[in-house]
Design a protein around this ligand. Structure first.
Ligand code: ATP
Length: 244
């Protein structure tokens, strides 16, 4: 069973992103607050994420990485500039269409995990499948596969409060992959993992890109993850530059 994506590996472009980039960001500006206390998190960010690549954004704490992922995922709106996902300009979408795009095309791994505390690990992973009313047998098979891929089969019945930070992070990754998103957005997806589980997650992220044709945009400080990325951007002083 495919882990994610469309099932068809996407075309790779050797000489940079073409017009059909999965994510295209132009002159993105996001300022929090106003007056002298205003924080200019993004000051004109432009970059593209080609389809079928694993792209990493690095930058110091507070550089604006989470802000950028939230804008790409349509969880927040920019003050200026454009975000297009899969050729769709997010500015042109109302809240309902944005929600549909997120549910159907995008998987999120948040730094804070965003798990529902009253649900078990398995139920959390199954949430996106319930939302799209997947039949029960499909849901159960998919949840089981994903939990074993992230090494958590034995923890299926535990609630987030009964799991370690690293285990919760892996539940969040499994949940983000539940609907086979074309685009996976992940904020520091290996931040809480030990060496062994980190390797599992690194391999999983590569697999969703290499075997399933998904596109991954993530933020990280993890050198090993940066090494395995197809492309690295650096976010510094509110703008993005090529990171390597
Ligand atoms: N809701 C908010 N209100 C006010 N300021 C905010 C808000 N969210 C973020 N900021 C500020 O915007 C800047 C960028 O924050 P962001 O969380 O995007 O950084 P980051 O690169 O993800 O950091 P980290 O690596 O620590 O997660 C920071 O200075 C932060 O304090």
């Amino acid at each position: 069973m495919p882990v994610t994506g469309t099932g068809t590996p996407m075309r790779r472009t050797a000489d940079g992103p073409g017009p059909e980039a999965m994510v295209a960001v132009r002159d993105l500006v996001r300022t929090y607050g106003g007056g002298p206390a205003a924080v200019r998190a993004l000051r004109g960010v432009t970059f593209e994420v080609p389809r079928g690549e694993l792209v990493a954004v690095r930058g110091r704490s507070g550089a604006g990485k989470t802000t950028l992922l939230n804008l790409v995922g349509g969880l927040d709106r920019p003050d200026a500039g454009r975000v297009a996902v899969d050729g769709v300009d997010l500015a042109g979408l109302g809240e309902r269409r944005l929600l549909e795009l997120r549910r159907e095309r995008v998987g999120f791994v948040f730094q804070t995990f965003g798990l529902i505390p009253t649900l078990t690990a398995a139920e959390n992973v199954g949430v996106p499948l319930r939302l799209r009313r997947a039949p029960r047998h499909e849901r159960e098979a998919r949840v089981e596969l994903l939990l074993s891929l992230v090494g958590l089969r034995e923890h299926a019945a535990q609630r987030p409060g009964e799991l370690s930070g690293g285990q919760q992070q892996r539940v969040a990754i499994a949940r983000a992959l539940a609907n086979r998103p074309a685009l996976l957005l992940a904020d520091e997806p290996t931040g809480q993992l030990d060496t062994r589980t980190r390797e599992t997650v690194l391999e999983l992220l590569r697999a969703v890109v290499d075997s399933e044709g998904a596109t991954v945009l993530l933020t990280t400080h993890d050198d090993e993850l940066l090494r395995r990325a197809d492309r690295v951007f650096e976010l510094r002083d509110g703008v993005v530059t090529a990171g390597r």
